[in-house]
Write a protein that binds this ligand. Sequence first.
Ligand SMILES: Cc1cc2nc3c(=O)[nH]c(=O)nc-3n(C[C@H](O)[C@H](O)[C@H](O)COP(=O)(O)OP(=O)(O)OC[C@H]3O[C@@H](n4cnc5c(N)ncnc54)[C@H](O)[C@@H]3O)c2cc1C
Length: 365
Amino acid sequence: MTALGHPQFLVQFSEVLVKWRCFFGFLTAKLGKDDREVLEQKLDLEQMQALLTKLGAEGDIRSWFASEKLHSSSTIDILDWNRLIDDRTKVPHLLVVPNLQTECLEPLLSKFAEEEEQQMKRMLQRLEVLAKCAVENRVRLMVDAEQTYFQPAINWLTLVMQRIFNTDHPIVFNTYQCYLKEAFDNVCMDVELSRREGWCFGAKLVRGAYLDQERSRAEEIGYEDPINPDYETTNCMYHRCLDHVLEEIERNRKANVMVASHNTDTVKHTLRRMEEMGLAPTDKKVYFGQLLGMCDQISFPLGQAGFPVYKYVPYGPISEVIPYLSRRVQENRGVMKGAQAERELLWTELIRRVTSAEIFYTHTL
Ligand SMILES: Cc1cc2nc3c(=O)[nH]c(=O)nc-3n(C[C@H](O)[C@H](O)[C@H](O)COP(=O)(O)OP(=O)(O)OC[C@H]3O[C@@H](n4cnc5c(N)ncnc54)[C@H](O)[C@@H]3O)c2cc1C
C-alpha cells in the first residue's frame, strides 16, 4: 500500500485511527469494562453520556449514534465506535479525543485538509483499479501488512475495498501479522465486522517481517513494544488466529484464508485442523503461500496433495528486491531450517540417481 500513495499520509491517518481507538479504550477503562475480550467491551449509552459530559463534551452524545445502525440498541462496542470515524465527513464535529494528561476533550481533527482528502481519494481509486483488475482476471488481491505506523490506515483502506468487492466471495484479502500483541483482537474484530456487514472475510496470516525495526522504533520513541515478547508467543498467536479463521470458514463457507508461512509446524497444524473439520484440500478455502525459491519442500507436496499453493514472487528493481530477500532469509527461522532440509533432499536424490544410473530424471504426469 505504501507504493500507492504518500507513506506520510498513511502515518498521519494511522495516528488519527489509533487515537480514536484509544479514546474507546479510555472510556472502557473509566467504566471498568477493559478487562474483557475486545468485542465484549460494551459501553452503556447513558453511562457514556454522563462520563463525556463530565469531561466537557457538549450536547447529547447519544445522538452520535444512529440507533438503527447499532448492533445493540443501548450499548456501543468497538465496531459501532469505529463506524463514527468511517462517517467522519458527515460528522466532523464528533472527532474529539481526551487529552490523556488533562482528561479534557480536544479536537481530533476538525476535518481532513483538502490535500489529505485528495490523497485518500487517490489511494482508494488506485486500489479500486487493482481490485477490478483482479475481478476481471479471476484472481485475488492480497494487501500486504507493513509497519505498525502504517497499518491502521492500510487496514482501513483494505476494509473499504472488502466491503465493495467481497460480496460473493473474497477477492480482497487483508494481512494479519501474528507477531503483534493485538493480532487476535484485530482478526476477531474484522471477522465480526464481515458478519455484521455481510461481506466475505479473506485473510492472509503471516508472522510478520519488521520485528527489529518495530522494536528499535518503540524503544527510540518510548512507547510499548507492539511485538510479542518471544518467538513461542508469536507461534501461539498464529495458531490462535488461524483457529479462529478456520472456525469462521466452518461457520460460513465463503470465508478464505492464506497460511503464508515457511513453518512446518504451522502447516501441519493447519492440515490437522482441516482434517478435524472435514475441510478437503479441493474445497479451496485454505491456501498456502511461500516465497519463490524458499521452502519448495513444503510447497510441492502440498500442491501434489491438491491444496492451492502460491509462490510469492518479489518483483522490482534488483537494488530493492535483493535487500528484501536477504531480510527474509535473516528473519525466517523456517527458511534456514528448510534450506538445510532441502539440501539433504537434493543429496539423497543425487545419490539415488548416480547409484541407479538415472542422471536425467523424466517425470510423466
Ligand atoms: C506468502 C508470504 C507473504 C508474506 N506477506 C507478508 C506481509 O504482507 N507482511 C509481513 O509483515 N510479512 C509478510 N511475510 C513474511 C512473514 O511475515 C514472515 O517474516 C516470514 O514468513 C517468516 O515467518 P514464518 O511463519 O515463515 O516462519 P518462522 O521462521 O517460524 O518465523 C519467523 C518469524 O517469527 C517471528 N519471530 C521470530 N523471533 C521472534 C521473537 N523473538 N519474538 C516475537 N516474534 C518472533 C517473526 O515474525 C519472524 O519473521 C510473508 C511471507 C510469505 C511466505
